[in-house]
Write a protein that binds this ligand. Structure first.
Ligand code: PEP
Ligand code: MN
Length: 220
């Protein structure tokens, strides 16, 4: 995290996301470091002045998370977790609400409304791809959600090309498309100093530093 924090800060990145409570498909996969992970994120935040995003899966962790995390992420698997949405509505932190992997746009907007009705309208939507019949990409990045959300709601929307494609060579085209569609919040990209060693989503998905630098050059 130290290495990644230093690298991102040098490149002008202001918001850093790291997972500490990880919703893994396989219970035997790395589950994240929990609170210890939050503490590491906080150290990096203080050193480089980032805003920190991290996922919270359990309403019982929300209060504690206020000490460490600036933007609370609700992951794809929890978009339909209405008890969690309601509890997030009682907080005053911005909420990053990822689209459920098989959620319609309407269901996703209603999920955001759960948070808003409970008292928090500071919500950022994140298009992260939906399931399709074709496993060529990890998910099918539904970019038309961007103009649709902009038309139908006042929530800012960002795009997650990392989970949306699952393939590092598709990150740049997906980012260009998101920019062309004026995704107002921008994009969220997974990187790692050594993707082969990443404990989650490294392999063919995360960009290494060199690839990230290239991407910045190209989009600038
Ligand atoms: C993540 O953003 O780390 C994540 C687990 O993605 P998603 O919830 O979109 O599957
Ligand atoms: Mn991931």
């Amino acid at each position: 995290m130290e290495e990644i924090g230093e690298f991102l800060s040098k490149h002008g990145i202001k918001i850093l996301r790291g997972g500490a409570f990880k919703p893994r498909t396989d219970p035997k996969s790395f589950q994240g470091l929990g609170v210890e992970g939050f503490k590491i994120l906080k150290k990096i935040k203080e050193k480089y002045n980032f805003k920190i995003v991290s996922e919270i899966m359990d309403p019982r962790d929300i209060e504690m998370a206020h000490n460490y995390i600036d933007i609370f992420q609700i992951g794809s698997r929890n978009m339909y977790n209405y008890s969690l949405l309601k509890e997030m509505g009682k907080t005053n932190r911005p909420i990053l609400l990822k689209r459920g992997m098989s959620a319609t746009i309407e269901e996703w907007i209603k999920a955001a409304e759960y948070i808003e009705v409970a008292g928090n309208n500071n919500i950022i939507l994140c298009e992260r791809g939906i399931r399709s019949f074709d496993d060529y990409t990890r998910n099918l990045l539904d970019l038309m959600a961007v103009p649709i959300i902009k038309e139908k709601t006042n929530y800012p929307i960002i795009v997650d090309p990392s989970h949306g494609t699952g393939r590092r060579e598709l990150i740049l085209p997906a980012v260009k498309a998101a920019m062309a569609l004026e995704a107002d919040g921008g994009v969220m990209i997974e990187i790692h100093s050594n993707p082969e060693e990443a404990l989650s989503d490294g392999g063919v998905q995360s960009l290494d530093f060199e690839e990230f630098r290239n991407l910045l050059t190209k989009i600038n």
